[in-house]
Design a protein around this ligand. Sequence first.
Ligand SMILES: Nc1ncnc2c1ncn2[C@@H]1O[C@H](COP(=O)(O)OP(=O)(O)OP(=O)(O)O)[C@@H](O)[C@H]1O
Ligand SMILES: [Mg+2]
Length: 230
Amino acid sequence: MERISSGIKGLDDLLNGGIPSGHTVAVIGPFGSGKTTMAMQFIYYGLNNNEKCVYISLEEDRDSIIKTAKEFSWDFESHIDKDLLLVKLDPEDAKSTMTRIENDLSQEIADFGAKRVVLDSATLLTMMFQEEHEKRRILFLISNAVKKAGATSIFTGESKPDNPMVSRDGLLEYVADGVILLNQIPLKEKYELRLVLQILKMRRTNHSRKMHPFYIGEKGIEVLAEIDLL
Ligand SMILES: Nc1ncnc2c1ncn2[C@@H]1O[C@H](COP(=O)(O)OP(=O)(O)OP(=O)(O)O)[C@@H](O)[C@H]1O
Ligand SMILES: [Mg+2]
């Protein structure tokens, strides 16, 4: 099976060599758990590997995305419109966002020749719509667009506050071929939270089911193989 590197140090080993090509992977976690960082690192690896990448954002505009990446010394700016297509969707305007996704986005992603796509965040996208069927529809439209282009993707999502094992809307898991959970857990008898990651599902491959600690440092995310948490 063809795989692509996640670009995250330590993660490919836990996935038996990388993300199966063409998968949509949901990266789910509470605020500040590293979802955007992981998504950007996935894109950064692609850019360095001469792959075309599409970054769809609902939160950040172009300048903010460039700035966030720059904090990790990841140069996005010089790739824009050449290998990197930034798509800003307006979270205030449900109608135009739905139309854009329905009519143009699929073609844009395919025409650009995208190998990697990020959607940050799927939760904000579904939150724009009131009805459950609209939420489902928008997620399926966007994941079908990515699949049609043959790209591999990361969709970020907030976890449910009362159950960090599932996404806030409970829908993202169902369009995803893989689910990676990020979380912050308290260390025993220490007044500190430790970032941890766990692969809940990854279709068509074996993978680690353990909880792995990870760090966010100057070069982004590094996942550790073994747990020494407590
Ligand atoms: N340059 C950096 N060096 C080290 N750690 C950083 C750096 N930038 C961010 N972080 C850490 O990463 C955390 C935020 O990560 P990120 O924005 O990826 O999370 P998120 O899950 O996308 O959050 P949100 O739900 O708010 O969008 C920060 O709270 C901080 O702890
Ligand atoms: Mg974020």
